[in-house]
Design a protein around this ligand. Sequence first.
Ligand code: IFM
Length: 396
Amino acid sequence: MKDKKQTPINLPNGFLLGAATSSHQVEGNNTNNDWWHYEQQDRVPRSGRGPDHWHRYEEDYRLAKQIGLNAMRISIEWSRIEPREGKVDVAAIAHYKRELQYMKSQGLTRMVTLWHFTLPQWFAKQGGFAKRRNVKHFANYAKLIAQELGDEIDLWNTINEPEVYTYMSSLRGLWPPFRKNPLRGLWLFFNLAAAHRAAYQAIKTVLPHAQISIAKNNVYNEPFRSDSWLDRLAVNFTDWYGNYLFLNLVKNQLDFIGLNYYFYHSLTLGFAGLQQKNLDGPKSDMGWRTFPEGIYHLIMELHRRYNKPIYITENGIANARDDMRQDFIREHLEWCDKAIEEGADVKGYFYWSLIDNYEWADGYDRKFGLIEINYETQERTIRPSAEIFKQIKKSS
Ligand code: IFM
């Protein structure tokens, strides 16, 4: 790797440098979804008012612009739009329209995710995405958003991290609805693919030129022993089901690829089964090993397999001390730059996250934000690491 601090990053003209958030993690008081429901039972930490982005989005987007970003990825909260089955809340639609228009006024390109883990409670009660017959509700919602807000959306994600959701909700049972049931997980996985396809068609009937994808979490897997056929088998198998199976199910309904990158695994297969090794090295406050080079390999593999434009829809680090974030971002962007030089059509990078937020079962303890939130006073403070975006703009 070249000297990190000296290397100019040559991002192409029009490259989107942005940050991401999701509705339940930042808005506060999303009282009509399944997470909120379980939060009141203390099955997961309470999200409460959180960073109150619902009322403070103007300040947050002004800060986004101030730190040098030109794009934002947000999600729309389905349970606000349709708090009860078939009942559309026009005030919520009007709110998102104002928010999206405000983003534009700040020079921010708008990528919107339709579903980021939280289900309207009425939909969850009917079995959520685990029931194939429910997919139509999601397609109806997608069509409604296309009709009502389509003019204000530049890039679309239907769903976020389908395999993470499947794993956490139905294989590990740590997220709502806390079912540890592999068969349910299997249905969920395939139904989420069907939900994406149906939503894609629904949006296109309204907006034929809409650019639509999903945000897919891919893990960079390496064999622990490169000369071991068993370790290579472990990697090939894990790549197949974890990284590419879902993408293959929806590849004809993707106008670009959205890549979320957080994880590097060094795998070995032996008498003890499948294991992760090489766990030493820099780690985030989540305990996740950081490995910037992995983003390059994942991009090149996506480029080879699908040959479509790629956006990094998420990449970020929980780092309360803010002593790793700047190098983390710089190094990931350097590896993106290398992938671009080698022919991959990478069009944008969204850091997770713009502001500190609700990290699901980990609550508010994890600090991913470029902007620190004081949850008592709601004061926003730009972290020193956010300076990186201005430096990159100057050097590109
Ligand atoms: O906070 C999450 C987000 O909701 C989905 N992608 C990973 C982030 C960090 O864990």
